[in-house]
Design a protein around this ligand. Sequence first.
Ligand code: ZN
Length: 261
Amino acid sequence: MSIRVTVWGENVHEQKSAAVRAIYPDGMHTTIAAALNAAGGIHATTVTLQDPDHGLSDATLAATDVLIWWGHAAHGQVEDRIVDRVIDAVWSGMGAIFLHSAHFSKPFKRLMGSPCNLTWREAGERERLWLTSRNHPIAAGLPDHFELENEEMYGEPFGVPEPQDTVFVSWFQGGEVFRSGLTWKRGAGNVFYFRPGHETYPTYHDTNVQRVIANAVRWAHNPAARLANPSAAPNVPVETALEPITQRGAKLHAPGEEGMR
Ligand code: ZN
């Protein structure tokens, strides 16, 4: 059975900028999904910010193995109730991949719990990505380094928690470096951030970039059943302790009482 991917596209600059539309006439999300559908073993569909519930109903998220997020101009328009839904799905086991300017998206910032800031420059400079984790599944089939002739620069320090794995670092023509492929585990969900993808350059048409994203989908996919309630914090009664114990000392909570939140 194919891995079910939902590509979430903000779909704002494609409407407003002729330069972006020239590169992505059907939207960046459509280009990303088409590459995934050609990769084998992946069934990708698209939703956008403008859809009802931003395209992310409970049913859609329940049927999504891996969510891909690209946003830039309208992070603030994403409703918090939808963000809550996405976070809950990740904690329950859904994979999530955040691309480029999604470093400032609401769900990524919530998952990281940190500023997620960086330095940047829009000068069409060359980016060279170096593989930093040989044999990592996200780097499968990729050379030790590859280049994107025109990209926006993102520079360190990148305000994210120390990752589980750093799969790529980028060098930019102007001299900066950046950790450009990072993994985390959040709840039961696998999370990957991949840096390239400024909307005025043809980055998502690049075969190496497409391969990274397809590899990341396979890595992020968790075939286990989704957790029913990832935030559950049950009170375990004395009588059900695995080894016999007796109640000692003062007691604040009534037996079986819900915990405080
Ligand atoms: Zn950008």
